[in-house]
Design a binder for this molecule. Structure first.
Ligand code: NAD
Ligand code: UDP
Length: 316
């Protein structure tokens, strides 16, 4: 038998928005890629173009159940990320984050694989510190409608660090801030996809609250480059590390940009702000810059144009 000398990489949630872009990059780097997904929010279309590549494999599986595989590295991305989807079955969201982390960490421990966790800025809740640095412990409601996601992801971070201290598992934890781009689910309710889909259909643009809440939007290509850099970063650098684009915009500014760029006749309408919706969010990325020499390079204007082009094509 031919000796196996190509690294085998497992991407959980590999058929989702970020996961499918990550699979693209890893397949292009000639690594052996195992994409695992239960297709809750991901889709076969996202990875259809990879199915005939010899170094790509697709596994339908739910990480709430254990799985035995032989791999060298794991990117743990499986978890619905948009509020509509993660609130659809909140108990399942907690199970995916917590039991999923236990199963993936158990797998890493057994086969001695390096493992990266897709954590989130939601770890900081509705932050009282601005911009958010990794040392900030957060301001999170443990019993609200966002808690299944926020607390699930916090517990997953705890598990990562306990497996690291107790079992020496080689971990990487990245706190991802709002990321957007092609292959976002058109109906997932996240703000960038919602506004673009509404604008292209000349339907009302739904701004929640007064639109003065802020977010910082990172284009998907920058984020994928960051995740790969973190996986391949120095061995003593576990994170947690923030990754995102520090350019901060109000939601109203985003709505105005989308209307202008699509040339839409859509009008802005105001709707009630969902509970526990964070008022402001901006990553401090000095740690990623220092340790990984990573920073985003795609400006919101350019990223929006690429995303609009994508939605225009798939919605025709
Ligand atoms: P997504 O919903 O497009 O992708 C998640 C993928 O995980 C989907 O393909 C889904 O089918 C799969 N999945 C969900 N539950 C599963 C389970 N139990 N077993 C197997 N697969 C399962 O979301 P995304 O934006 O690509 O997010 C990917 C990861 O990054 C998530 O863990 C998310 O929490 C994290 N993240 C994303 C953002 C962002 O702005 N996109 C921000 C912070 C964190
Ligand atoms: N938002 C909005 N209109 C929409 C969808 C979202 O005004 O149609 C707001 C939402 O209330 C939040 C921000 O946009 O303040 C970002 O929402 P998203 O769901 O994209 O991400 P998250 O709140 O998890 O950062």
């Amino acid at each position: 038998m031919k000796p196996h000398n190509t690294k085998r990489i497992l991407v959980t949630g590999g058929a989702g928005f970020l996961g499918s872009h990550l699979c693209d990059r890893l397949v292009d780097e000639d690594l052996d890629v195992l994409c695992l997904d239960n297709f809750f929010t991901g889709s076969k279309e996202n990875i259809a173009h990879l199915l005939n590549r010899p170094n790509f494999e697709l596994i339908r599986h739910d990480i709430v159940q254990p799985i035995f595989l032989e791999v060298d590295e794991i990117y743990n991305l499986a978890c619905p990320a948009s509020p509509i989807h993660y609130q659809h079955n909140p108990v399942k969201t907690v199970k995916t984050s917590v039991m999923g982390a236990i199963h993936m960490l158990g797998l890493s421990k057994r086969v001695n694989a390096k493992i990266l966790q897709a954590s989130t800025s939601e770890i900081y809740g509705d932050p009282e510190v601005h911009p958010q640095k990794e040392g900030y412990w957060g301001n999170v409601n443990s019993i609200g409608i966002r808690s299944c996601y926020d607390e699930g992801k916090r517990c997953a971070e705890t598990l990562f660090f306990d497996y690291h201290r107790q079992n020496g598992v080689n971990i990487r934890v990245v706190r991802i801030f709002n990321t957007y781009g092609p292959r976002m689910h058109p109906n997932d309710g996240r703000v960038v996809s919602n506004f673009i889909v509404q604008a292209l259909a000349n339907e009302d643009i739904t701004v929640y609250g007064d639109g003065m809440q802020t977010r910082s939007f990172c284009y998907v290509d920058d984020m994928i480059r960051g995740l790969i850099k973190m996986m391949n970063g120095p061995d003593n650098f576990t994170g947690p590390v923030n990754m995102g684009n520090p350019d901060e915009f109000t939601i109203l500014e985003l709505a105005e940009k989308v209307i202008k760029k699509t040339g839409s006749k859509a009008k802005i309408v105001f709707r009630p702000l969902p509970s526990d919706d964070p008022m402001q969010r901006q990553p401090d990325i000095s740690l990623a810059k220092e340790k990984l020499k990573w920073k985003p390079s795609v400006k919101l204007d350019h990223g929006l144009e690429k995303t609009i082009e994508y939605f225009d094509k798939i919605l025709k």
